[in-house]
Design a binder for this molecule. Structure first.
Ligand code: CP
Ligand code: NVA
Length: 302
């Protein structure tokens, strides 16, 4: 057992070189699937979900199975965490029985507290502040379709949310430019703005942000836990939809991505998300490949 496990609570737990290594390894694993390659045989991943999931749960569970290991799905309803057992005790106990822990939690601090007390690697499967696994998949997808993203321009149009924050970190790490357009009251948190520095620029309109973009990205207007704000957010975000006009303002070969689940007709039109520039299904599938590369990296190489 490694007494100083490497965690993945945030993209910045990796170096830029490690980030690129995981992307390239994911592409390799995807293109050369070898059922006999089982580097995690007998290893167990615990997956703690405080929020719903389709892609994150299935990709981690399938990825562990491909690698000869197994995954446990744990919801707060079924564990003592849901009844208030301390994170300190939970992290110590769970990490004494499994080889890795993935958490999807309301508060980012839950993931960092687990990492503090866990004896095994802790992976962030989405928090209120960040969604780093999705960025690994998005970047793998860009590399596959267009090559390295260094020096390219990405437009983030919509909520300054967990996905936006992870894009801001990726912009600095992989050296691309991020052009953000969000309503005034839904801007990303200052701590992420400060850290991203010159890699991020803000625009007043979606159209301005999309100019010269090689990739246009958005996400739902109301994230999990914000459902009661749906109506108010629909009003605030009505000028921040990615539609044909926005894609026409971007470069002619720009890609469109969305982490999914999507609300067609709100943050993106059906025409765009189901159109020829959209790579959403490759992006979703890549969660499997890139998280296999991440698990291999955290559990076998460091
Ligand atoms: N994109 C993403 O994380 O999807 P799920 O919520 O289905 O896991
Ligand atoms: N911003 C969204 C992402 C879902 C994958 C949410 O937090 O609900």
């Amino acid at each position: 057992m490694n007494m100083n496990p490497r965690h993945f609570t945030s993209l910045i737990d990796l170096s830029s070189e490690e980030f690129r290594h995981i992307i390239h390894r994911a592409i390799e694993l995807k293109n050369n699937r070898d059922p006999n390659y089982q580097p995690l045989k007998g290893r167990v991943l615990a997956m703690i979900f405080e929020k719903s999931s389709t892609r994150t749960r299935i990709s981690f569970e399938a990825g562990m199975a491909h690698f000869g290991g197994s995954a446990l799905f744990l919801s707060p309803r079924d564990t003592q965490l849901g009844r208030g057992e301390s994170m300190h005790d939970s992290a110590k106990v769970i990490s004494s029985m499994v080889d890795c822990i993935m958490l999807r939690t309301d508060k980012h601090e839950t993931v960092t507290t687990f990492a503090q007390y866990s004896r095994v690697p802790v992976i962030n499967g989405l928090t209120d502040k960040q969604h780093p696994c999705q960025l690994l998949a998005d970047m793998q997808t860009y590399f596959e379709f267009r090559g390295d993203i260094q020096g390219k321009t990405v437009a983030w149009i919509g909520d300054g949310n967990n996905m936006c924050h992870s894009y801001m970190q990726a912009a600095k790490m992989l050296d691309f430019r991020l052009q953000i357009a969000s309503p005034a009251q839904y801007q990303p948190l200052p701590e992420f703005v400060g850290a991203a520095g010159k890699h991020v620029r803000f625009f007043d309109s979606a159209l301005e942000a999309a100019k010269n973009a090689d990739l246009c990205v958005t996400d739902v207007w109301a994230s999990m836990g914000q459902e009661q704000e749906q109506k108010q957010r629909e009003l605030a975000f009505k000028d921040y939809q990615i539609n044909a006009e926005i894609m026409n303002a971007a470069n002619h070969d720009a890609l469109f991505m969305h982490c999914l689940p999507a609300h067609r007709g709100e943050e993106v039109t059906s025409e765009v998300i189901d159109g020829s520039q959209s790579v959403i299904y490759a992006e979703a599938e890549n969660r499997l490949h890139v998280q296999k590369a991440l698990l291999e990296f955290l559990l076998t190489s460091v």
